[in-house]
Write a protein that binds this ligand. Structure first.
Ligand code: GRF
Length: 188
């Protein structure tokens, strides 16, 4: 059995997708051992709904250190599923190769500090790019810079809006995130 600790800051639909894939066998022999949020959010409720241990650690300068203290011993993989705090270098180095993140664009484009959620989508739309997509990558101390595990793209339509882009990207995320979790769990 492999154990996944999930970090969230928001509504947690990607967390839900991972929980559902574990429950329906698409992510086999795995369990979420803990969900950690850095702020009040619906992700905590989703964990609670499935009887998964969950904890809120207030965001701030000691966040990574506090998180480091409560990551369960048996954790094989740490999954950032819409998580907004930046993990410090010590934390990233300690868990090197064991932390993955999902990003709502085709990295290395549209990544880095401040590039999250609607900021990413607005930047993509303003850029005139022909395509967008989602990326699952390893987390290192360089924001959005770790090795890419999986990426999937689609063509941006002429009538694309912030909402339509966000919806299409979420759909892609629900496909590639469980796939990436399986890939990495088979290596750790
Ligand atoms: C996703 O678009 C993900 O790429 C980004 O944050 C969003 C989280 O959405 N990192 P949700 O909370 O899983 O619905």
């Amino acid at each position: 059995m492999k154990y996944i600790t999930v970090l969230v800051s928001g509504s947690g639909t990607n967390l839900q997708r991972i929980i559902d894939c574990i429950e329906n066998g698409d992510i086999p022999n795995a369990a979420v051992n803990l969900v950690v949020a850095d702020r009040e959010c619906f992700g905590l409720q989703r964990a609670e709904n499935h009887g998964i241990k969950n904890i809120l650690i207030k965001r701030g300068k000691d966040f990574s250190e506090n998180l480091g203290k409560i990551i369960p011993e048996n954790t094989d993989l740490i999954v950032l599923a819409g998580f907004l705090s930046i993990l410090n270098k010590d934390f990233c180095d300690n868990f090197r190769g064991k932390i993955i993140n999902i990003h709502p664009a085709l990295l290395p484009k549209f990544g880095g500090k401040g590039m999250w959620g609607h900021h990413v989508h607005n930047a993509v739309l303003a850029s005139g790019e022909k395509e967008s997509g989602a990326t699952v990558h390893f987390v290192t101390s360089g924001i959005d810079e770790g090795e890419i595990i999986l990426q999937k793209s689609f063509e941006i339509s002429e009538t694309e809006t912030l909402e339509s882009l966000s919806e299409k990207i979420h759909k892609i995320e629900y496909e590639i995130f469980p796939e990436a979790v399986n890939l990495v769990l088979n290596r750790v």
